[in-house]
Design a protein around this ligand. Structure first.
Ligand SMILES: Nc1ncnc2c1ncn2[C@@H]1O[C@H](COP(=O)(O)OP(=O)(O)O)[C@@H](O)[C@H]1O
Ligand SMILES: [Mg+2]
Length: 356
């Protein structure tokens, strides 16, 4: 049996570069090598691509990669040979990886890839656009205001409090890993935090603060996607919210409770809202939906991650485990889904005869 050639794409010009490397190390470790032959495609922090021997921070030690765009068969190449890949698994988080841009590149090169396509990636990455779509689909989201960088002078603390209450949250529309996210409880320091946020993005979301439990739900599949039971993130210590430090730096910051201790009807509602969110935003293959649960049982969808973390401590693979799909099988299923979708797309007619 010939093995399917899988390109694991990792790193990237993103604040989540290092997280991507840890996720990709895991995928490279657990992928079924009886079925798949792995090629490692690294993107360094400046955005240069390399063919690598290992998943590590030393991406630029690899051989520089080029992309040829011949209509008969676009391909990756090094200076002297073609790099064969049947399918790419982008294990990139955040900017340029999860936002549709890499997906557009792979699509143009006619290379199948795991996960949401351009539309689903772009919509889910942009917290403002995804909120608007979710609202439209009847999915509850946190109340919000939005400002562009040019409008920064118009952001009035008292006005925000009158609309959203205090405390409130500010976050960049297009980022991840809690970078640029702040909980604001007083006017002092607000301007500086906004300035920091606008260093990362040109659009700010200002949201009501949701007092509640943080839950995550894993989705897998396309025609008949399945939702896992939710998992819960319980913050320990002094953290005000699930910050970058709590996520990646402080190993003792959180307890992951899998599955979350919620009643059957809450669990059912979380699954429904997560599936609804996945479908409304055109996600493909997999995604992790993050939600809040208020004490009164109200559920609010926070955000959609189209390439969730795959590290040893990541929620997504653990939640999928609750569906009876273990890590290696999960990777196999995702790759097979991507190949199948690409085949189906290939059946769509792309020419149209006319008299023009
Ligand atoms: N409206 C909100 N109410 C309460 N906490 C929030 C709210 N929005 C974000 N947070 C906190 O900030 C964290 C990061 O925000 P999130 O919107 O998930 O962005 P990111 O894409 O960076 O993960 C969340 O996990 C949560 O702890
Ligand atoms: Mg988040």
């Amino acid at each position: 049996m010939t093995k399917t050639k899988v390109g694991i794409l990792f790193g990237g010009k993103s604040v989540e570069h290092d997280v991507s490397i840890i996720s990709a190390q895991n995928i490279a470790k657990y992928i079924d090598t009886k079925k798949f032959e792995v090629t490692l495609l690294g993107i360094d922090k400046t955005g240069d691509w390399f063919l690598c021997n290992e998943v590590s921070k030393n991406i630029s030690n690899g051989e520089p990669l080029h992309l040829t765009l011949k209509a008969s068969g676009p391909s990756f190449r090094t200076s002297n040979r073609k790099v064969e890949v049947d399918v790419v698994f982008p294990v990139l988080h955040g900017t340029d990886g999860e936002d549709g841009s890499i997906q557009g590149l792979l699509q143009t090169a006619n290379i199948p890839y795991v996960g949401s396509d351009i539309l689903g990636s772009a919509v889910s990455m942009d917290k403002l656009t995804s909120k608007r779509i979710l609202e439209n689909a009847g999915v509850p989201v946190a109340n919000y205001l939005t400002y562009t960088k040019k409008e920064v002078k118009d952001i009035d603390y008292d006005y925000v409090v009158s609309k959203l209450g205090s405390p409130f949250i500010i976050k960049p529309a297009n980022l991840g890993s809690s970078v640029g996210v702040f909980k604001i409880s007083k006017e002092e320091g607000f301007e500086e935090k906004l300035a920091t946020l606008f260093g990362f993005d040109t659009i700010a979301l200002v949201e009501e603060y949701i007092e509640g439990r943080e839950l995550e739900c894993a989705i897998i599949g396309n025609d008949n996607p399945k939702a896992s039971p939710p998992g819960e993130i319980i913050l320990k210590g002094d953290y005000e919210f699930y910050s970058f430090e709590a996520k990646y730096v402080d190993g003792d910051a959180v307890d992951l409770v899998i599955p979350a201790k919620v009643g059957a009807s809450i669990e059912q509602r979380i699954k429904e809202l997560s599936l609804q969110s996945y479908q409304a935003t055109s996600c493909k293959d997999f995604a992790r939906i993050d939600l809040f649960l208020r004490e009164n049982g109200e559920i609010i969808v926070n955000e959609i991650n189209t390439i969730p973390g795959f590290t040893n401590i990541s929620m997504y693979p653990k939640l999928i485990g609750l569906l009876g799909i273990e890590y290696t099988d999960l990777i196999t299923q995702l790759i097979n889904m991507a190949i199948l979708r690409h085949k189906e797309l290939g059946r769509v007619t792309t020419s149209f005869e006319s008299n023009l």
